[in-house]
Design a protein around this ligand. Structure first.
Ligand SMILES: Cc1cc2nc3c(=O)[nH]c(=O)nc-3n(C[C@H](O)[C@H](O)[C@H](O)COP(=O)(O)OP(=O)(O)OC[C@H]3O[C@@H](n4cnc5c(N)ncnc54)[C@H](O)[C@@H]3O)c2cc1C
Ligand code: SF4
Ligand code: SF4
Length: 1004
């Protein structure tokens, strides 16, 4: 058994080597990925595997496997740090602690016993439920306990309680020999600030304080001088506040404007927080300071904006590139630091592109300040000249050191400053007489000679990940241009990051927005799908980090392919919009995800209409009244689950309702709407006559509800269509008319994504009928993801594990759940049972035919052979044009696009021959017309799946080798590879359409 097999067999579904999860774990808040994009620093930031341990035993076993195979192991919390601290530098195994987030509150000792993946927010909430609360935490409230201890963070509450290390009672760590050791007192130095290079934190005691409501007062000073003096007052005259933070004038203005925060625009705002129990002690002292320095004083806010120390990053990221450096200094050095910074950044308190800087400061109890310094440049985040971020950063970094301070964390580079951070600024351990730097260094050398634990971080690597040392060289190069970005721009050509342009072709504007994400992880905490499957790519932060990972991969491997199944997996979500509400960067996340789904939906070929003969049954037919102005829209979405349609008809019969029944050959155009396809108009046109005289359209599938109530309303004018009808979901109709007594029964109601507009009303009616309804969120992926990607199945299983039986509003979700072995029914079926109707109408739950495994494999072989053959037939013409690869992907693409599209069309024709033969065989076996149509649908679905998930690299690799043999010209192989991959991906629909463009006689 090799490493991969061993990991998979030990960790099962908590093991992943998919590109979705690997790419999503290769970026953090900082600019380390950009170093790979902009130059030739080949930091391999992409992990080979991601593991989600669920217990200490998991971690111990994982460490043993890593030791056995001598493979790097990198602990990962939420990756909200700035210096690549939780990223690999040489591949390896990333250990994501999302599934180890249990918190127990020990009220007697006022501490929380926390697993490493719990966020500070989670710990705080658990503590508050027991009348306690956190003493201190980084302002990244949604980052983890493990990450906070490993980085020895500080921030909110540090004025009273100091660093995180001051507030930890013990740490359990799996050391580099795979043993669990308990660290307490001075021994905490081994884990605190060590960034995971000495072992993996698996449990910690977090000290808590008594809960009391927090009050906040703001002092708004007119000048920096007054602010500095006021900071001095806080240390000279001990003021029993809990948290003190100072925000510069430009930051204050931006945050006030962007977040509607209660701050004085253009002033130095000092926010002072304290427990309400101490107001009589704190307030007189603050009033005196206000008087002395002529400061405006007003009541502040306690929640919301303050939680983003880097709210300013969010506020400004969209305007240009914000360069940020945070460090620790003694408070008396603040003026000196500012003078240093002024030397190359310009005016303090001003934040404009390429001019000025501003500060955001937290006070720590031992007279240390955590100073965040920000400056802005006119470059875009994805600009090749990002390297000059490094120049300014380096200078800012040096300024902290010059005044005797340190950086906040060391991470992937700046190792030469590790001693400043760990010892000089390691106040907790200084007091205990421990030289933390020396302790960590000695332990590392002794216990981890192979440098497997988070290599390349904190200490200069000697064995592994030595490539990080090249960053120092880059820093020097960048510093040559420190006199201005303008000069750099003149000297360095280009600016466009080619890899970003390539990734954008796959992901469209989603890629642009990814650059605005500040990696604060707030969306992760609220995301219901992350709660169900806590794996980073399934919440927006991971989705955006994926983009950065894909660009990095492009530079590491000379090209990247993102198959449709990865896009589907990435964007699959419940579309609940909770992330939109918390995102400080104000990214319209849920709409972006719908658009991303649309990219794949556009590429899916349409299956031929299938007529499920529902009305052949006299009982069901009796519901139909062609003259009725009420329409029952069954539509194509019910082909997969006709039982639900049959149940609806029987229920309508029971209540004596009549409607004009529209069968399964009709398509509302939902997929066209979602994918922004032109065919929606065509579908509307086709449906115009059936809808013309309707006053009400009753829908069964939430997708149909959505498209009628949104798209048909929006576009009816354009299509010259009468929209005189109301749209009603069937459940609301039935719940109104049927006499049901809930009798206190509990229902787990799965609120399908596209049922959001009416789910509230459904719950209300069920509750009125006496049911106890628990709303269950989580997208089944049944319609948009189909069978591409693994997310939807994982989600279904996670829901199944949590709830005994799901009642869903979506007929397709119900099928998806059942396919995963989860007891589920639609609400329609549930209602039918309550009124005594049997709901199992056909013997099979799924009407649609599926191909057998051997049929699938046969089709896959036919596709691969055909594609390879047709692309190979173009090798000589490609060979004839390769010199043009030197012009870059875009130019070369224009040259060979027609040739490749022709090849894809030929490939499609080749596959069509195969499909025709399969249909002939079926006919020869005596299959009926309906059987043939069903079989063709199954072939089309499978064909689409195969093309959307296939790895193109091997096929393109063969073609490139053929080209090499046909030309003696030098050419850019990377450009050729990427161009071919892109052309096939972008035009895969040509293969799908040609392959399935069968004439009627092929079916009949
Ligand atoms: C909006 C925002 C505000 C911030 N404010 C502050 C602030 O006020 N103060 C501050 O100090 N920082 C701040 N940061 C930086 C960052 O959030 C902190 O450093 C935070 O502690 C990182 O936690 P994380 O869970 O994201 O850890 P990660 O970034 O994932 O990891 C951080 C380090 O911890 C290691 N690690 C993670 N888990 C373990 C484990 N179980 N065992 C061993 N090592 C482990 C990683 O390998 C890495 O070296 C802020 C960041 C953001 C985005
Ligand atoms: S819209 Fe999607 S990504 Fe956002 S919170 Fe909801 S489920 Fe999560
Ligand atoms: S998407 Fe928004 S909320 Fe989520 S990590 Fe990025 S900036 Fe934060």
């Amino acid at each position: 058994m090799g490493l991969r097999e061993e990991l998979e067999s030990r960790f099962g579904s908590n093991f992943s080597d998919s590109i979705t999860e690997r790419f999503s774990h290769s970026a953090d808040m900082g600019f380390v990925p950009q170093l790979v994009w902009s130059g030739n620093i080949k930091l391999n930031l992409i992990p080979d595997y991601v593991i989600y341990p669920t217990s200490v035993e998991d971690v111990v076993d994982l460490v043993k496997i890593a030791l056995k195979y001598k493979v790097p192991i990198i602990p990962y919390g939420r990756a909200t740090n700035r210096y690549g601290n939780a990223l690999p530098v040489d591949g390896g195994i990333v250990v994501d602690f999302a599934k180890m987030d249990k918190v127990d509150v020990d009220e007697v000792n006022s501490q929380a016993i926390s697993e490493p993946g719990a966020t500070w927010k989670l710990v705080d909430l658990a503590a508050q439920s027991k009348g306690l609360q956190l003493r201190t935490f980084p302002s990244s409230y949604d980052s983890t306990v493990g990450g906070g201890i490993a980085g020895d963070a500080l921030g909110i509450g540090s004025y009273e309680y100091g660093f995180i290390s001051d507030n930890i009672s013990f740490v359990d760590m799996v050391n580099p020999r795979g043993e669990v050791v308990r660290l307490e007192g001075p021994n905490l130095a081994l884990a605190s600030g060590a960034e995971g290079i000495t072992g993996i934190i698996v449990r910690a005691g977090v000290k808590l304080r008594k809960y009391a409501p927090t009050e906040a007062i703001v002092l708004a000073f007119n000048s920096f001088d007054d602010t500095v003096k006021a900071i001095g007052e806080f240390y000279r005259e001990v003021i029993p506040a809990w948290h003190v933070q100072v925000r510069g004038p430009s930051i204050s203005t931006n945050i006030a404007d962007r977040f509607n925060a209660k701050l004085s625009r253009g002033k130095w705002n000092m926010i002072i927080m304290y427990p309400s129990t101490r107001s009589t002690l704190v307030e007189p002292k603050i009033y005196r300071i206000a008087q002395t320095f002529n400061a405006e004083i007003y009541e502040g806010e306690w929640t919301g904006w303050w939680s983003f120390n880097h709210g300013v990053v969010a506020a400004l990221r969209s305007k240009g590139l914000l360069i940020h450096q945070h460090g620790l200094i003694h408070y008396t050095k603040l003026v000196e630091l500012v003078n240093e910074l002024k030397g190359f950044l310009g005016e303090l308190g001003k934040l404009e592109p390429n001019s000025g800087f501003d500060l955001d400061i937290d006070l720590e109890k031992r007279e240390v300040l955590l100073v965040n310094a920000f400056t802005e440049v006119s470059l875009k985040y994805e600009d090749k000249k990002i390297i000059y971020d490094l120049a300014k950063n380096t200078l800012m970094m040096d300024s902290f050191i010059k005044v005797g301070g340190s950086l906040l964390s060391i991470g992937i580079f700046a190792h030469k400053y590790a001693k400043n951070r760990l010892s000089a600024m390691g106040k907790t351990f200084q007091q205990l007489g421990v030289d933390r730097y020396e302790v960590i260094k000695k332990y590392k050398e002794e216990m981890d000679p192979e440098e497997l634990f988070n290599p390349g971080k904190v200490l200069d690597p000697k064995k592994r990940g030595k490539v990080v040392l090249e960053i120092v060289g880059k820093q020097q190069e960048a510093l040559r241009f420190r006199f201005g970005i303008g000069l750099a721009k003149a000297i360095v050509p280009g600016g466009e990051v080619q890899g970003f342009t390539v990734v954008k072709r796959y992901l469209d504007i989603f890629a642009d927005y990814a650059m605005q994400c500040i990696d604060c992880a707030m969306c992760v905490t609220v995301c219901p799908q992350f709660k169900l499957i806590p794996q980073t790519p399934y919440a927006p932060k991971g989705m955006f980090d994926f983009v950065k990972g894909a660009v990095t991969y492009y530079y590491l491997k000379g090209g990247v392919d993102i198959p449709d199944d990865a896009i589907v997996e990435l964007s699959g979500c419940h579309k609940c919009g909770l992330c939109d509400g918390v995102c400080p960067a104000k990214i319209p996340i849920s709409s972006l995800l719908v658009r991303l789904n649309g990219i794949v939906a556009r590429k899916m070929p349409e299956e031929p209409p299938v007529d499920v003969p529902l009305l052949q049954d006299p009982e069901l037919r009796s519901v139909n009244d062609n003259s009725s102005d009420i329409i029952l829209w069954i539509g194509k979405n019910l082909v997969d689950n006709p039982n639900v349609a049959i149940t609806v008809l029987r229920l309508l019969k029971l209540v004596g309702a009549k409607a004009k029944v529209i069968g399964t050959t009709y398509d509302s155009g939902f997929m066209d709407y979602i994918s922004g396809g032109e065919k929606l108009n065509e579908k509307m046109e086709k449906n115009k006559s059936v809808l013309a005289s309707a006053v009400e359209v009753i829908t069964i599938a939430p997708e149909d509800y959505r498209v009628f109530s949104e798209a048909y309303k929006d576009y009816s004018n354009m299509n010259n269509m009468r929209m005189g009808f109301e749209v009603s979901p069937i459940e609301l109709r039935l719940l109104k008319s049927l006499p049901i007594d809930g009798n206190g029964e509990e229902i787990y109601l799965h609120a399908a994504c596209f049922a959001t507009p009416y789910v509230g009303e459904v719950i209300k009616r069920l509750t009125d009928l006496g049911f106890r309804v628990r709303k269950v969120e989580g997208c089944s992926g049944a319609i948009l993801e189909k069978n591409l990607g693994k997310r939807a199945d994982k989600m279904a299983r996670a829901l199944g594990a949590k709830y005994p039986m799901l009642v869903t509003l979506c007929p397709l979700a119900s099928l998806k759940f059942k396919e995963n072995g989860i007891p589920a029914k639609t609400l329609v079926e549930f209602i039918a049972e309550k009124v005594g109707l049997t709901t199992v109408v056909t013997s099979s739950t799924k009407a649609k035919l599926e191909l057998s495994d051997s049929e699938k494999q046969e089709l896959r072989n036919a596709i691969t052979t055909s594609l390879l053959k047709s692309l190979s037939s173009k090798s000589s013409i490609i060979a004839d044009t390769v010199t043009f690869t030197s012009s870059g992907i875009d130019e070369y693409k224009k040259i060979i696009e027609d040739v490749i599209v022709e090849a894809l069309s030929d490939a499609g024709d080749g596959i069509k021959v195969h499909i025709k033969k399969l249909l002939e065989n079926k006919k020869a076996q005596g299959a009926t017309y309906d059987d043939i149509v069903n079989y063709l649908s199954a072939l089309i679905r499978e064909l689409s799946n195969i093309i959307s998930t296939m790895q193109l690299d091997p096929i393109i690799g063969v073609v490139i080798n053929q080209v090499k043999g046909l030309t003696s010209e030098q050419f850019d192989e990377g450009v050729l590879r990427q161009t071919l991959i892109l052309l096939v991906r972008e035009n895969e629909k040509v293969i799908k359409e040609r392959a399935t463009a069968l004439t009627a006689d092929a079916v009949s």
